[in-house]
Design a protein around this ligand. Sequence first.
Ligand code: SF4
Length: 219
Amino acid sequence: MTRLLTRSATGQEITVYTTFSSGPRRPDDLDGPEQFHVVLLDNGRSGMLGGEFQDMLRCIRCSACMNHCPVYGAIGGHAYGWVYPGPMGSVLTPQLIGIDAAGQLPNASTFCGRCEEVCPMHIPLPKMMRHWREREFERHLSPAAVRFGLGAWVFFAKRPQLYRIAAGFGAWLLRRLGGRKGRIKRLPLAGGWTAWRDLPVPQGRTFQQQWATRQGARP
Ligand code: SF4
């Protein structure tokens, strides 16, 4: 297990230190503690037994899922706002502090599936993030800003020409705001991101522009 953890985390053969707790001193031991106490903090974990999130209890905290997550790579650990970042944190944190307080975490996923692919414990992280989204939806917990944003996106997505113009204008505006450095330090409605990281401006052409070029190049 020790080798599995470090190989999955940083690719090391073995960790640089390992602590073995062997309990209290036995009669023929030269030294050691007289008493040995173990305090287990449940923190809501036993509530995961027998449910949709039980597989999460297999997590060995290797961080392979984080190292391969495009969202974690872009926003970093502090943006997750709790002890556990990355895909495993997006599943575990709502269990510990409630989906009403951590609903944004399982929503911050592209569902690319890399986390599950690299997880040495084969934990189905995307499936469990989807379960959290379902619970949030059932309890009507989605923030008004998210509902408004999705509504706006649906409006444009149903009108491709308008979408093309808006996307082109948005990319142009962000590039202007980013200036020479190509990064934005503060942006209205994007404070959740810029509080921890500069926002990189869009690079190159929009998807629709690239798609049009590609279609035009076809025989
Ligand atoms: S979920 Fe899997 S990959 Fe992520 S830290 Fe836990 S064991 Fe490692």
